[in-house]
Design a protein around this ligand. Sequence first.
Ligand code: BGP
Length: 464
Amino acid sequence: MGFPDNFLWGGATAANQIEGAYLEEGKGLSTADMMTAGSPTLKRAITSVIESDRYYPTHEAIDHYHRFEEDIALFAEMGFKCYRFSIAWSRIFPQGDETEPNAKGLAFYDRLIDLCLENDIEPLVTISHFENPMGLQKYGSWENRKVVDFYLRYAETLFEHFKGRVRYWLTFNEINVMSTMPWNAGGIASSDEAVKMTAAYHQFIASALAVKAGHEIDLDNKIGTMYAGHFSYPNSCDPDDIQGNEDFMHKMLFYPDVQCRGYYPNYKLKELERQHITLPVLPADAEILKAGVVDFVSFSYYMTHVCGKNTTGILRGLNGLETGYKNPHIERSAWGWGIDPKGLRYALNYLYDRYQLPVMVVENGLGAADTVVDGKIHDDYRIDYLRQHISEMRKAIDLDGVPVMGYTSWGPIDLISASTGEMSKRYGFIYVDVDDEGNGTKQRIKKDSFAWYKQVIATNGEDL
Ligand code: BGP
């Protein structure tokens, strides 16, 4: 009993949140490079000005691009079995639409991946994580079907180039974020529903084509969906609350439904009909979606929501990530995210029941402000959070029989927050000396949670 022997313990990051070096070695500008910093109360903005007096977090981030050797060594010291990271599309195809890849961009990831493999760390690559080459803006980004071809060329380049070295892939990070943060998800600046649904449709087609190509290039490739786990409880047992909650869940769940089943669910087709939205369907698309179903389901899990009959709008509140009613049974993080470890067991069961595919938790963690006292960071609150979540995940395996493949906690090293652009919202086992303005030595310091997680992995989750 307990975690399987080959369980993939590790951590997860995204290129635009850690690498920096935003224009080095031929990299083109990405949509993430055009976002200002924000704060818990101030939303990040999209800008067309590349240099300004506001700090642009992706430009330097934590300088992982130049310090990856030190960072991977620290992950290896913790005993990571798996490292989930993303490849910056604009390092490989700087404008997005070139026919030949940028060799220097591939070379950086060669070094990173080879180092992981030397340390027996299985790479799990997110092909697109909240960044698109700015060069694709002239096409209208994902609103234009042409971008499917550019994405496919990019994905095939990765499958070919890293063949035999990378076996686990995710086509899009949190694909359902197209509904809530379309700029992050697809370089879409509009909040118009028809535009977002068109862009999402194109991403489904692109994902399906990539899954098919990935399997053709290497039968060993396992390619997954990555769902922003927006799980929600009904506000009461009033049947209208149950329906209201279901309506919210559907707005999110249709994304993994399409990727796992290979077709749009009826409830979504009916909703689109009511909204007078026509999807840009081409004759062969039904076949494409069917032939490109994913091999596994991965998701991020930070919080749960409460919805019901009077929930208006799907997401609102702090950073746009709090939904509906307050849940009096759970506590909240300093950023207002509802902390619900038991919900993780529920979520794992929910996804496995729905798709009957292996499941992986590819993000989970506590964003908190840490203080350095005498060169040490005593983050018992983080240990507490992770311990509770991991123990609920174990129940899903032991008591419910859910085939959980692995667990990569979010931000094993402090990095830039995606929603706020802050550095002070920290998730790491490793502290990085950088503040919200980008000042600091960038020195890496192990927090108390570092030794704790190392022990968790060493005992395969026995010693929590
Ligand atoms: C997910 C994203 C990540 C990450 C995480 C934590 O939505 O996939 O990129 O940032 O959330 O969120 P935040 O950084 O806003 O605290």
